[in-house]
Design a protein around this ligand. Structure first.
Ligand code: G1P
Length: 291
């Protein structure tokens, strides 16, 4: 079986839900405390054993490339002032092996993934979506999926159950149970169904292991929901001709595509910080008293 060595992170979208900040700043660069969201995603990929990362970039996304580059003037200044801790932080992101390609027209997630075709070749690969950050200090969500892929040989979609009123925000899967409580064999998928149409509450939440056959299917996929080429539509066909699993991964997942979700992530990640956690908790307690 081929190992999962490569991952693609789509980051070309306009981020319209976060205007006006996304007018001149890539959404992926918005920080949770002091780290851009895309860095959490990249770190999860590396912690899961990924060796090569491809970021699908686009117009106005140069800041992402700068972030994962060296910063000679800043590094010299920090070295001169012997600020070794900061120098380490700055250099950490420069040493990661990241490749970039631009999606020229915003035609949807499926089209963004298709941009990775040449980079992936015939290798099965991982997809991580920047809107979904998962906290699991024991085992990253992506690593959980890789383990399932290695045990089964099938493509794997990272899922969790969502409430009734949220099914219309996600790709929802239908399938049959397996011996593993957390694992389902996918028989069908629908992109952002209405409550009535939804075949279950199991939503795909931004982590995938996909076999390279998906590229041929994506090339044949017609625009679907919202007039966009949907990854879900191609995965649906893949599930009919090959084995695709849905795995209910463990971890606290934050929806950064949503303002409230972003605020929750900011608060919870700040509370977990050694340097900020205690004083921030005290502040929140005081604040809550006055509410
Ligand atoms: C995308 C996918 C959807 C998936 C979701 C996870 O939607 O199309 O199937 O469930 O990400 O966050 P988006 O939120 O980009 O519209």
């Amino acid at each position: 079986m081929q190992k999962i060595r490569k991952a693609v992170i789509p980051a070309a979208g306009y981020g319209t839900r976060f205007l006006p900040v996304t007018k001149a700043t890539p959404k992926e660069m918005l920080p949770i405390v002091d780290k851009p969201t895309i860095q959490y995603i990249v770190e999860e990929a590396l912690a899961s054993g990924i060796e090569e990362i491809l970021i699908i970039s686009g117009h106005g996304k140069r800041a992402i490339e700068d972030h994962f580059d060296s910063a000679p003037a800043l590094e010299m200044e920090l070295a001169k002032k012997e600020k070794t801790d900061l120098l380490k932080i700055v250099r950490e992101t420069a040493d990661i092996n990241i490749h970039y390609i631009r999606q020229r027209y915003m035609r949807g997630l499926g089209d963004a993934i298709l941009c990775a075709k040449t980079f992936m070749g015939n290798d099965p690969f991982a997809v991580l979506l920047g809107d979904d950050v998962v906290y699991n200090p024991e085992k990253p969500a992506l690593k959980q999926l890789i383990d399932i892929y290695e045990a089964t040989g099938g493509s794997v979609l990272g899922c969790q159950n969502v409430p009734d009123d949220q099914v219309s925000s996600y790709g929802i899967v239908a399938g049959s149970e397996t011996e593993n409580d957390r694992l389902m064999r996918v028989s069908d998928m629908v992109e952002k169904p209405s409550r009535e149409e939804a075949p279950s509450h199991l939503a795909v939440l931004g982590r995938y292991i996909i076999k390279a056959e998906i590229f041929d299917l994506l090339e044949k996929t017609k625009p679907g929901k919202g007039g966009e080429i949907q990854l879900t539509d191609a995965l649906r066909v893949l599930a009919q001709q090959d084995v695709v699993y849905a795995y209910a991964f463990e971890g606290q997942r934050y929806d950064l595509g949503d303002k409230l979700g972003f605020l929750k992530a900011t608060v919870e990640f700040a509370l977990r910080r050694e340097d900020l956690g205690e004083p921030f908790k005290d502040y929140l307690k005081q604040l809550a008293k006055g509410l």
